[in-house]
Design a protein around this ligand. Structure first.
Ligand code: 1GP
Length: 241
């Protein structure tokens, strides 16, 4: 059933906020997965995203199959590369890095993925992906060879997000980068949200409940958190308080 995007829209219409836990196949050790999944299943998480900038071939497929056995939450691929696409997940963020000018990440990888997607059951969700400056170089920047958008030019970020929407992208994702020193500034979330009619995802560098709530209150519909859960699994409980 391809209902993940519709469910996101429904949650937003009911004013429910969404939280995706990002699992990076490169960092998650197989022996740690079941304890992690137990906590995740009891938490406020609504989605599981799986992906990373640099992941060994097949690692994603093996991990997704394991996660699937251990949860009822939707598993959404957030791929750094074509090799991370696996039919075992429920949906795929079909990311176009619209903050940059590298054709490979605007359309090139997408063409290369079609032989995998043609016969797949994955729900493919076109997503405009914007890398936002956070004070240090992120792996997305290194891998994609693109520059993040400057936080001093808010209008440019807003216009880029809006252009993504007008190109037909169904989600817009503001990304500070995994492990970012500074999360996406709240005023940027708020200005972008005011312009959009599609759901807004925000991620990168969010490590506290207060930051999460501030992101929601500024207009994020779905927040993605990876590093904070990787570093300290008690953060799952923290969010329940
Ligand atoms: C990265 O937005 C996600 O792509 C999550 O970032 O690991 O910093 O939570 P963190």
């Amino acid at each position: 059933m391809k209902a993940i995007y519709d469910n996101i829209l429904r949650s937003i219409s009911e004013e429910k906020k969404l939280l995706a836990v990002l699992i990076d196949p490169d960092k998650m050790k197989p022996e740690g997965l079941s304890g992690f999944m137990q906590k995740l299943n009891q938490s406020v998480a609504t989605h599981i995203f799986v992906g990373g900038s640099t992941v060994d071939d097949y690692a994603t497929e093996i991990l997704v199959a394991e996660i699937k056995k251990q949860t009822k939450l939707p598993i959404v691929l957030f791929p750094g590369d074509v090799t991370q696409i696996t039919n075992r997940a429920d949906a795929l963020l079909f990311l176009s890095l619209i903050s940059g000018d590298n054709p490979e990440y605007l359309i090139g990888k997408h063409i290369k993925s079609i032989s995998k997607l043609r016969d797949s059951n994955l729900e493919v969700i076109p997503t405009g992906y914007l890398l936002i400056e956070n004070g240090k170089q992120t792996s997305v920047e290194k891998v994609t060879q693109t520059k993040p958008l400057s936080i001093t030019n808010v209008q440019n970020i807003v216009d880029t997000a809006k252009a993504g929407e007008l190109l037909g992208m169904k989600l817009i994702y503001l990304e500070a980068g995994s492990g970012a020193l500074k999360a996406v500034p709240l005023e940027i979330i708020s200005f972008v949200k005011q312009e959009l009619s599609v759901p807004l995802i925000v991620g990168g560098g969010i490590r506290t409940k207060k930051q999460l709530e501030d992101a929601y209150n500024s207009g994020a519909d779905l927040v993605v958190i990876g590093t904070a859960f990787e570093d300290d699994e008690s953060f799952f409980n923290e969010l329940l308080k």
